[in-house]
Ligand binder design. Sequence first.
Ligand SMILES: Nc1nc2c(ncn2[C@@H]2O[C@H](COP(=O)(O)OP(=O)(O)OP(=O)(O)O)[C@@H](O)[C@H]2O)c(=O)[nH]1
Ligand SMILES: [Mg+2]
Length: 329
Amino acid sequence: MVHSQRDQSKDQLRKIKPSCPTVRQLRILVHGPVGAGKSSFTNSIDSIFQGRMMAGAAVESANADGSFTKRFQILNINDGQHESFLPFAFCDTMGLENEPEKGVVAEDLVKVLKGHIRDGYMFNPTKSCSDKDQGYNSYPTLADRIHCMICVIPSTTISMMEDDIIKKMRSVRAKAADMRVPQVVVLTKIDMACQNVAKDLQLVYKSKTIRKRMEECSNRLGVPLNCIFPIKNYHEEIALKNDVDVLLLSAMNFILNFANDHLAAASRDGLDFGPRMSLARDLSSMEHSSSSMEHDVNFRSQAPSGGDTGNRSDSSKRQSASFPVVPRP
Ligand SMILES: Nc1nc2c(ncn2[C@@H]2O[C@H](COP(=O)(O)OP(=O)(O)OP(=O)(O)O)[C@@H](O)[C@H]2O)c(=O)[nH]1
Ligand SMILES: [Mg+2]
């Protein structure tokens, strides 16, 4: 039987085996500005596996009153075929805001990266989570930590995004880089940024508008172009669409590969020593290894050069990676 690209890709995601035996799921942090499409992204991946629209993470159509997501939510996804969860989970967070005492505190995102924040914790925009809070995990294991970080950015507003938000995102990014946690950008709302792409998603890597938004994003956040994935989330549809799924699954395949590479390196470095000792040893181990092992996302990839051919080289690089599911221009 011939499997579609979508089915093949779903199977690959189902079969991923976390590269450390004590870790059952790869943990993926989803953060970014208010209304960027963070919760919609996790719901969209869930929908693909359930074969129908899912709303596990609450989504708001107009975020007049700040971030709609206020709690830290770990979203497990049913396999869709068997009575089990997929080998990865999303960590959905409150959105970042421009003003000082609004939105998630950047420090809390760093605590999420380190595994200190428990599922269900209510974010407090005026105060970072501390060991006095119930939702604080003082002794996180490697399984509690984040193995890949996704920054969700709307392609519609990247150029207008306030410097303060960019600064906050860059500070979290720097901390993640210190911890050698790989990072990618998921560029949402491409259907709103380019009319041609809205009509035909397969044009995504041919669109000059999308290319420009990716470059803006790369320049402002400092993320290489080949770690930026333009996607469209499910937001108004009532049925799944192949092209929407292929882009989303393609991004997920890269993200989970990065996550598993990180997990393998962290486990090799002895970061999985269970509760109690983890914190102190973890920090000293990082200090010792950060200079010798440059596992930041940059070690994998260089941004392709600009111009029209940039689109092609960007896309062909993705084609040559281990999960070749991005549609060719
Ligand atoms: N057209 C379009 N709309 C989208 C896309 N992704 C998300 N949306 C819409 O954008 C709005 C905000 O989406 P959410 O998923 O709630 O965004 P969020 O980042 O979780 O927001 P907060 O939790 O409030 O920080 C909703 O109305 C979504 O339907 C997309 O790719 N295309
Ligand atoms: Mg949300």
